[in-house]
Design a binder for this molecule. Structure first.
Ligand code: FMN
Length: 350
């Protein structure tokens, strides 16, 4: 496997966690990282202006922790001064990388000229990116779509311009803005982006849900790395399994029900630690569907956790719904030192 660098930042793995608003918060990122295999993880998209205005939610979104490095903050905006100043502030905070969102399809974000709307205005894009790249010395990356719609695919035209301006890497979600999340990811179009640049890494993204999809993105599409979003929500072990496959060719072992449940407890503990009981319980309701895919009675898990408010309720639901075959450690979690390492397997391997 080739080594991978974003400017001076050396990456231990070509696998990255794709930003997903509402999901890729610090507790989730740190929990997934503890399983191994993941290099860069990125915050959810954050409005550059909100950071500068000390919006509490935005500041909380850029919180960093020692067990969550290297960390990228993903900014969105369409104002040169705001993006530049937010980038400087993030560099001062010690953030490892700044990623610029050029892929968000939401009407609200696009109406301000930000997200995927930037792909329609190449002049403004160049102005904004130049201002950010010239303001900081940490790597600046861009995550984009293929273009606005089928008739205006331009990622392969924008990428070489970004490279010239000093962008350290580009990630490409192989769909257009108009596709949203429908249809299949367009691998030949990602390939065109790979061919359009000279030196910088191109990171492939979209519909990677197995180790084989990731290997194809690297070996056939020619990407230097792979960014994975939704698959990580129902299989947080994806990165460790896939890195091992890429390094050794070893097929991933199936994740047991027990491992999944122990990891869920760990994730929940991280959420409680960071957000406190009220917020953690409310936010955990939205992540339960990913885990419940693996459990018997998955519909009941979703329904019962939908109104989760306290840790006691969580423990009570787990004890009631968990598969009868699971041992006590699953039903009554004990987060002792080395929890994941000891409980997931020898040497922490999964
Ligand atoms: C719930 C959700 C939230 C997302 N939020 C962001 C975001 O904040 N920034 C971003 O660049 N992409 C965002 N995306 C897009 C993902 O990062 C990724 O590009 C897309 O889901 C395709 O990759 P996947 O098939 O591996 O999920 C989001 C996707 C989902 C499903």
């Amino acid at each position: 496997m080739k080594s991978l660098k974003f400017k001076n930042l050396e990456l231990a793995s070509p696998l990255m966690l794709s930003p997903m608003a509402g999901f890729t918060n610090l507790p989730f990122r740190a929990a997934v990282r503890s399983l191994g295999g993941l290099s860069i993880a990125t915050t959810d998209l954050v409005n550059a202006r909100s950071i500068l205005e000390l919006n509490y939610k935005a500041i909380r979104m850029i919180s960093a922790a020692a067990n969550d490095r290297p960390l990228g903050v993903q900014l969105f905006g369409a104002n040169r001064g705001e993006l530049r100043d937010a980038a400087r502030f993030l560099e001062d905070l010690g953030i490892d990388l700044i990623d610029i969102n050029m892929g968000c399809p939401s009407d609200k974000v696009n109406a301000c000229g930000a997200g995927a709307a930037l792909m329609q205005d190449e002049e403004l894009t160049e102005e904004l990116i130049a201002a950010i790249v010239n303001a900081v010395s940490i790597p600046v990356t861009v995550k984009m779509r293929l273009g606005w719609d089928e008739d205006s695919i331009n990622a392969h035209l924008i990428a070489p311009r970004l490279e010239q301006m000093g962008v350290a890497a580009v990630a490409v979600h192989g769909r257009t803005r108009m596709q949203g999340y429908t249809g299949k990811v367009n691998l030949p179009a990602i390939r065109e982006v790979v061919k359009s640049v000279k030196r910088i890494p191109v990171i492939g993204n979209g519909d990677v849900s197995t180790h084989l999809d990731a290997a194809r993105m690297i070996n056939e599409v020619g990407c230097s790395g792979v960014m994975v979003g939704r698959a990580a929500l129902w299989n947080p072990f994806f990165f460790s399994q896939t890195l091992r496959y890429l390094q050794t060719g070893e097929e991933p072992r199936e994740i047991t029900l027990r491992q999944m449940m122990l990891f869920m407890h760990y994730h929940f503990a991280m959420m409680l630690h960071f957000y406190g009981e009220e917020d953690a319980c409310r936010m955990f309701r939205t992540v339960i569907p990913g885990y419940s895919e693996h459990f018997s009675h998955k519909a009941r898990w979703r329904v019962e956790m939908q109104h989760l408010e306290t840790v006691d309720e969580y423990l009570e639901i787990v004890a009631r719904l968990a598969d009868a075959a699971l041992d006590d450690e699953c039903l009554r979690p004990r987060l002792e030192v080395g929890y994941l390492r000891e409980l997931l397997g020898a040497n922490g391997e999964v």
